[in-house]
Design a protein around this ligand. Structure first.
Ligand code: SF4
Length: 391
C-alpha cells in the first residue's frame, strides 16, 4: 500500500508555525549575534558538514523527534528529551552538546551532564508553550495556598519533564519526582505511596489521562488548579477531597486534536488504528485505539505488518518521517490542519550552521546553564524518577 501523507497548505499561519515568518514577541531580545546565514544559502549543508567534521568527537548533536528533517539529518542521536539528555551524559568525550530541541530540554541536559560539557541551544527562541504555563512564582503561590489549607504536607508534586529547571527544583525541594509520558503511571503510584494527593505539573491532560485511564481514579477525583484564578479557582474542600490537582497547562500542539478529528479520520481511512500521545485531551484519548509516548508510537508503527493503517496524533515532523520510513503502510496525520510545534521549528539549518561555525571559531554561543542550587534540587527530582522500579 502506498504511503499516504499530505503536506498542509502554506498559509500565513502555516508559515508562522514553521518559523518562516517573524514572531516579534518570541524573537524579542534573542537575535543571534553576528551573521545568521540566509536560509537560501546553497552551501548550508556543506557548511554544516565541514563544521561538524572540524569539531569531531568534541561535538555531539542531539535531535528531538519533533525536529525538522534538515536538522535531524545532522543529529548523532535522535530521541525524546530524557533519552537525549542521558545519551549526552554518557558521552563524556563530547565537550559541546548541541541540543536541537527546546529550552527545557537543554536545561535538563545541562543538569545531567558533567561540568566540563557545555550545552548549546542553536536558537534561544526555541521555548515550549507548556513549560511556560507553569512559572516558578505561580507554582510557589499555589504551594503557599496548599500550605495555608494544611494540605502541602500530604500533597506530592509530580512534574512532567516538559517543565523549566525551576519547576523541577521546586519538585525536588518538596518531596516530589519528575515523570515522562512513559513512566507517568509509576510516578503517580510512587506518589500515592507517600501522600494523599498529587499536584501534577504542568500538563493537565497527561495527568488526567494517567490518573483515570491507568490508575482507575474517576474524573471527579481530579480537579484543575488554574494559576490565573485566586486559590487556583478551588475551594479548600475541593482541594482537600481531590486525589489529583491538575495544573492548568497543556501542549499547544497535542491540545489541537479533537474528538471530531478521530471521527473524521475513521470515515476517511479504512481499518485505521488511531494512535495518540497522552498529551492529547481526555476526550480524544478516550476515542483512540492506542495511547502512548513518542517512543511507543514509533515502535508500534515500525513493528506493524505491511498494509496497516494508522492515524497519528502527535507532532507533524515525526508523523511525516514515520510515513516516509514505512512506505508499505498508510500513516496519516490525525488532524487536517497543520500541527507543527512552532518553537521546535525555530531550530533550522541556518541556526545550526551559525552555532557550529562559532564553535569551530572558538566562540561558545547560546550556552544554556542552570544555576547550581536549582540544578541540585532539579537533579534530586530527576534521580527519584530514575530510582522508580521498572514496570
Ligand atoms: S510539542 Fe508541545 S510540549 Fe513539546 S515542545 Fe512543543 S509545545 Fe512543548
Amino acid at each position: 500500500m502506498a504511503q499516504s501523507f499530505v503536506e498542509p497548505d502554506s498559509t500565513p499561519l502555516a508559515l508562522l508555525l514553521l518559523g518562516r515568518q517573524a514572531d516579534p514577541d518570541s524573537e524579542r531580545g534573542v537575535e543571534c549575534p553576528g551573521d545568521l546565514p540566509p536560509a537560501s544559502d546553497p552551501d548550508l549543508v556543506s557548511r554544516a558538514q565541514a563544521a561538524k567534521q572540524a569539531l569531531g568527537d568534541r561535538l555531539y548533536i542531539l535531535g528531538h523527534h519533533y525536529q525538522r528533517d534538515e536538522v535531524i539529518d545532522f543529529a548523532d542521536v535522535t530521541g525524546d528529551s530524557f533519552k537525549l539528555s542521558q545519551q549526552a551524559a554518557a558521552r563524556q568525550s563530547a565537550e559541546f552538546i548541541v541540543f536541537c530541541g527546546v529550552h527545557f530540554m537543554a536545561e535538563s541536559a545541562d543538569i545531567l551532564t558533567s561540568p566540563q560539557q557545555r550545552v548549546i541551544l542553536p536558537d534561544l527562541a526555541a521555548g515550549c508553550s507548556m513549560a511556560d504555563m507553569a512559572a516558578d512564582y505561580q507554582v510557589d503561590a499555589a504551594w503557599q495556598t496548599l500550605t495555608r489549607w494544611g494540605l502541602s504536607d500530604t500533597t506530592i508534586p509530580i512534574t512532567y519533564m516538559n517543565s523549566s529547571a525551576d519547576i523541577k527544583a521546586f519538585t525536588g525541594r518538596n518531596g516530589g519526582s519528575i515523570c515522562t509520558s512513559s513512566n507517568a503511571q509509576r510516578s503517580l503510584e510512587w506518589a500515592f505511596d507517600r501522600g494523599d494527593r498529587v499536584l501534577f505539573l504542568p500538563d493537565e491532560h497527561l495527568g488526567r489521562n494517567t490518573a483515570v485511564r491507568r490508575l482507575g481514579l474517576s474524573l471527579d477525583d481530579c480537579v484543575v488548579f488554574d494559576p490565573h484564578q485566586s486559590d487556583g479557582g478551588l475551594t479548600e474542600d475541593q482541594a482537600r477531597s481531590a486525589k489529583v490537582l491538575l495544573w492548568k497547562g497543556h501542549c499547544s500542539v497535542h491540545g489541537r486534536f479533537s474528538p471530531e478529528s478521530v471521527d473524521d479520520v475513521r470515515q476517511r481511512v479504512d481499518d485505521v488504528t488511531v494512535l495518540v500521545h497522552p498529551e492529547c485531551r481526555y476526550d480524544v484519548v478516550a476515542k483512540a485505539d492506542l495511547v502512548g509516548s513518542t517512543e511507543y508510537i514509533i515502535n508500534t508503527i515500525n513493528a506493524a505488518p505491511p498494509g496497516s493503517a494508522f492515524a497519528v496524533g502527535t507532532e507533524l515532523n515525526l508523523v511525516r518521517r514515520l510515513a516516509e520510513s514505512n512506505p508499505d503502510k498508510t500513516v496519516v496525520f490525525l488532524d487536517k490542519t497543520i500541527c507543527f510545534c512552532a518553537t521546535m521549528n525555530r531550530i533550522d539549518l541556518p541556526h545550526l550552521v551559525w552555532a557550529l561555525e562559532n564553535l569551530v571559531d572558538g566562540n561558545v554561543v547560546n550556552q544554556i546553564t542552570v544555576d547550581p542550587a536549582t540544578a541540585q534540587w532539579a537533579k534530586v527530582a530527576l534521580d527519584r524518577m530514575l530510582a522508580l522500579p521498572a514496570s
